[in-house]
Design a protein. Structure first.
Length: 263
């Protein structure tokens, strides 16, 4: 953050281009000494009021603000929904609800996946099964993007997709920073992908709501798809990813993909 973004005078004698500690503290409504203790980790229990002050001072967007609340333990008090305590796995959907979601997936006329907060693919409809045909592993979308041979050519915009995958996974760590599942996944991806390892250290955040993907499918050819992300409240972070044709050529090609399902 730079002082002019808060209409503060930059001055000629600044040693840093960004905000000074005393300026951040002023904007957050706390003392400089308290802010320094937060930075140095000597204060680990900021109140929701302090956390909200910091989100305003640092001009955090909605995703980063939620992430900060969860990391600070102020999520529930600040109105954010947290689904698990530190060290616990994210709650799973009950058997009855999971069966209902699978019926919903099967009713959709477009490829659809059910993913959890760690990007594990826990369900799909028949078109969804064929959407990433030829790529393995397909149990987790981050593993598919970073570890599947041929992924870089399959996804037309692989570098951008890779950055989004890392940032989307990072955005979930506030809800369970010590999750064994996340720890294992990050360790595996870091050990096998230089791109993932570098991007993970950058701490970027991303929450997908609508995306556009171009796939080079071995059977259906080039597919242009609008990816819609449908939240499932109270499910522990599960989402439906529905891939809708973004152009006429893809609409014409999807029946060919469906034909491979029926054989």
């Amino acid at each position: 953050m730079r002082p002019e973004q808060h209409r503060l005078a930059a001055g000629a004698q600044r040693q840093v281009p960004g905000l000074r500690r005393d300026e951040v503290a002023l904007l957050a409504g706390i003392s400089t000494d308290y802010y320094v203790r937060l930075e140095q980790g000597r204060e680990r229990r900021p109140s929701p009021t302090v956390v909200e002050g910091l989100t305003r001072a640092l001009l955090l967007d909605a995703v980063a603000a939620r992430y900060l609340r969860e990391l600070s333990g102020a999520g529930s008090a600040a109105g954010a929904v947290t689904s698990s305590a530190p060290g616990e796995e994210a709650p799973r959907m009950g058997t009855e609800r999971l069966a209902a979601v699978h019926r919903l997936l099967d009713s959709l006329p477009v490829p659809a996946l059910l993913v959890n907060r760690w990007l594990d693919i826990v369900g799909s409809n028949p078109l969804g099964d064929r959407l990433h045909e030829g790529l393995e592993p397909r149990d987790n979308y981050a593993r598919l993007v970073f570890l599947a041979p041929g992924a870089r050519s399959f996804f037309a915009e692989w570098p951008e997709l890779a950055r989004c995958m890392v940032a989307a996974l990072r955005a979930q760590t506030g809800s369970g920073p010590a999750s064994p599942r996340l720890t294992r996944l990050v360790a595996e991806l870091s050990a096998n992908s230089d791109v993932f390892r570098t991007a993970w250290r950058e701490h970027h955040l991303h929450e997908k709501t609508l995306d556009h993907k171009r796939l080079r499918h071995p059977r259906a050819g080039t597919l242009a798809l609008d990816q819609h992300v449908l939240e499932l409240p109270g499910s522990g972070g599960h989402r439906i990813w529905a891939f809708h044709p973004a152009d006429e050529a893809t609409s014409d090609a999807l029946p060919g993909l469906a034909a491979t399902v029926s054989r």
